[in-house]
Design a protein around this ligand. Structure first.
Ligand SMILES: [Zn+2]
Length: 315
C-alpha cells in the first residue's frame, strides 16, 4: 500500500476530521512529498507522533487540525496552554495577565538538578514563565477570566507562581464580576517549593469561597488529562460546574498509593472521567470539539452572555 492510499484509508475510517480538512490534506501531502521523498517516522517529535491510548501513528499536522484528538480511537491527547486558549477564546480577544511572574528558589532546592536550573530549562522549552497562563478574553462574545494550566511545564505542577496567578485572576474576576474558567492539567503541588506550594491550595480555595458564595459569581472547572494531587484537592473540584474531557485521568493519589494504603485491589478505570461521572463527581463529560459551544450554551443558560451588553448581572 502506498503512503497516499494509507492516508486515504485513514481519512475514510477516521470519521472525526471534516471533509474540508481532507481537501486541504491532499494538497499538503503532495507538496510534502515533492519537498521530501523520504518522510521520516519519529515517535516523539517531528512529523509523526503516537497515540497514548491505541498507539497508532498519527500525522502531527492532521492531529493539530483535529484538536489533538486521535482519529483512530477518539482519545484526547495533551494540548499546550496556547492551543487551549486558541480553542476557547475568540480570535484576537485574548489579553494575558501577569506574564512576567517568575518562581524564586526560596528553599534552594536541589535533587538531580537544582530547582533554579529546572525552571530555566522549562522556560526555554515551553516559552512560558511558569505552568499556567491567565488572562481575559471573549468566549463566543462573552468576556471571561481564563486560566489554563500547561502540563509541558514541570508536569503542570502548582507552585507559588501558579497559585498567585490564579489568585490574582480570581481577584480580577471578582472585581469586574466576570465568569471564571480554569482548565486544569497538573501533576499536583510542586514539591521543590515545599509548604509554599501546599499553601496555594488554601489561598485559592478561600478566595473562591468569596467569589462563589459571597459574590455569587460563576466558576467552571475543566479537568483534562491528567488532573491530580493538590489541584484536584482544591480548585479542580470546586467548580459550580465541573466538566471533564473524555477518558481524562482525574485523581488525588495514584492507584498504587491507594492500593498500598487500603490493602485492596482497585479496579481498572477507577480514576477515569467516565467512572467519576457515574459516581457523581463530575457534571459533564464534553469532547474537545464541542467544548466551546457547550460553554457558550452554559453562559446563555445562566444569563451570563447578556451581562456585558445589558449590565444586569444579578442572580
Ligand atoms: Zn488512538
Amino acid at each position: 500500500m502506498s503512503l497516499m492510499n494509507w492516508f486515504e484509508d485513514k481519512r475514510r475510517f477516521g470519521g472525526l476530521i471534516g471533509a474540508f480538512i481532507e481537501k486541504a490534506t491532499k494538497g499538503y501531502i503532495l507538496s510534502e512529498r515533492e519537498r521530501d521523498k523520504y518522510i521520516k517516522i519519529d515517535t516523539t517529535k517531528g512529523l509523526w507522533t503516537r497515540c497514548d491510548s491505541c498507539e497508532n501513528m498519527l500525522y502531527v499536522r492532521f492531529l493539530k487540525q483535529n484538536k489533538r484528538i486521535c482519529e483512530e480511537c477518539g482519545y484526547h491527547l495533551q494540548m499546550s496552554s496556547i492551543e487551549r486558549i486558541e480553542l476557547l477564546i475568540d480570535h484576537g480577544t485574548w489579553q494575558p495577565m501577569y506574564e512576567d511572574m517568575v518562581a524564586r528558589d526560596v528553599l534552594k532546592f536541589s535533587d538531580e538538578d537544582s530547582y533554579k536550573n529546572r525552571i530555566i530549562f522549562y522556560q526555554k522549552r515551553t516559552g512560558l514563565t511558569d505552568a499556567i497562563q491567565t488572562g481575559i478574553g471573549k468566549l463566543n462574545k462573552n468576556l471571561v477570566a481564563l486560566g489554563v494550566m500547561d502540563f509541558q511545564f514541570m508536569g503542570g505542577s502548582m507552585g507559588s507562581v501558579v497559585g498567585e496567578k490564579i489568585t490574582r485572576l480570581i481577584e480580577y474576576a471578582f472585581k469586574e464580576s466576570l465568569p471564571l474558567i480554569i482548565v486544569c492539567s497538573s501533576g499536583g503541588a510542586r514539591m521543590q517549593e515545599g509548604t509554599l506550594s501546599l499553601m496555594q491550595m488554601a489561598k485559592i480555595t478561600s478566595l473562591l469561597q468569596f467569589y462563589q458564595v459571597r459574590k455569587k459569581l460563576f466558576y467552571i472547572a475543566i479537568l483534562t488529562y491528567p488532573t491530580t494531587g493538590g489541584v484536584t484537592a482544591s480548585f479542580g473540584m470546586l467548580g459550580d460546574i465541573i466538566i471533564a474531557e473524555p477518558k481524562a485521568y482525574i485523581a488525588f493519589a495514584g492507584k498504587r498509593v491507594i492500593e498500598q494504603t487500603l490493602r485492596q485491589k482497585i479496579p481498572d478505570g477507577f480514576q477515569v472521567a467516565e467512572s467519576l461521572f457515574y459516581s457523581g463527581l463530575l457534571d459533564l463529560i464534553v469532547p474537545r470539539t464541542f467544548l466551546k459551544g457547550v460553554l457558550g450554551e452554559i453562559f446563555e443558560l445562566y444569563g451570563l452572555g447578556s451581562y456585558k451588553e445589558s449590565n444586569n448581572y444579578l442572580f
